[in-house]
Design a protein around this ligand. Structure first.
Ligand SMILES: [Zn+2]
Length: 228
């Protein structure tokens, strides 16, 4: 383990020196919880997240990565306790599943309209295993009306406490590439979710404004583990 950490510090330093810092950043590391994926940053058809598991919660399509699954379970428990039970609607989706969904959308509403609401294969957060579409318990409807429901308001105000952000906020379609999706939450960990929530910015803008801070966090993480 120690050797691994030494190597990661060396790799970071090397990246600083040779100018390839970008690829050392966690938002460029596909297995990182803050990996950024959108229309500009796509991933391979072969990518499958390393630690997928089934979320124990009410609903359907429930695979997520380990940490995200545990966080979602806690969030659902607390929502239920608050009298606002939720259902999962769509979690991990493979490249080929996304391909089928996108093609179906294109066939029904055309490419232009499909691109506003559906991700092309290789550009969906659902392929990372860190995203979940949620609805009121017993519903599988994903519409902006969710934002006005008690459940939708609870999700908006509380998701960050569990490490999730509402990934496609209202008014930032030009930045995120997607219209408002109050039901789509993305796991980034509590620290980043809280910071992003408080900033009021979509993930793209937050990340680009905090590159140095993220690098600092990364290097501290590596060095702290070398010298516990
Ligand atoms: Zn979604």
């Amino acid at each position: 383990m120690l050797l691994e950490k030494v190597i990661s510090v060396l790799a970071l330093s090397a990246a600083l020196l040779d100018g390839s810092l970008d690829t050392a950043m966690p938002d460029k590391n596909i297995d990182s919880r803050i990996f950024l994926i959108n229309r500009q940053h796509s991933i391979s058809r072969r990518y499958v997240p390393p630690d997928l598991r089934r979320v124990i919660a009410h609903g359907i399509s429930q695979e997520m990565r380990q940490d995200a699954a545990t966080a979602l379970e806690q969030m659902f428990e607390d929502a239920k306790e608050a009298g606002l039970p939720l259902s999962t609607v769509s979690g991990y989706r493979s490249y080929s599943k996304q391909s089928t969904i996108y093609s179906r959308k294109v066939n029904s509403i055309g490419v232009k309209a499909a691109d506003r609401v559906s991700a092309r294969p290789g550009t969906s957060e659902h392929q990372l295993g860190l995203a979940m579409d949620v609805a009121k318990k017993g519903s599988s409807s994903l519409t902006t009306a969710f934002a006005k429901t008690e459940q939708g308001k609870w999700v908006y105000e509380n998701a960050h406490k569990y490490g999730f952000i509402v990934r496609y906020p209202e008014g930032y379609e030009d930045v995120t590439g997607y219209s408002y999706e109050p039901w789509h939450i993305r796991y980034v960990g509590v620290e980043y979710a809280t910071a992003i929530y408080q900033s009021g910015l979509p993930m793209e803008l937050y990340m680009s404004g905090h590159r140095l801070e993220i690098f600092d966090y990364l290097i501290h993480q590596a060095t702290n583990e070398v010298h516990p």
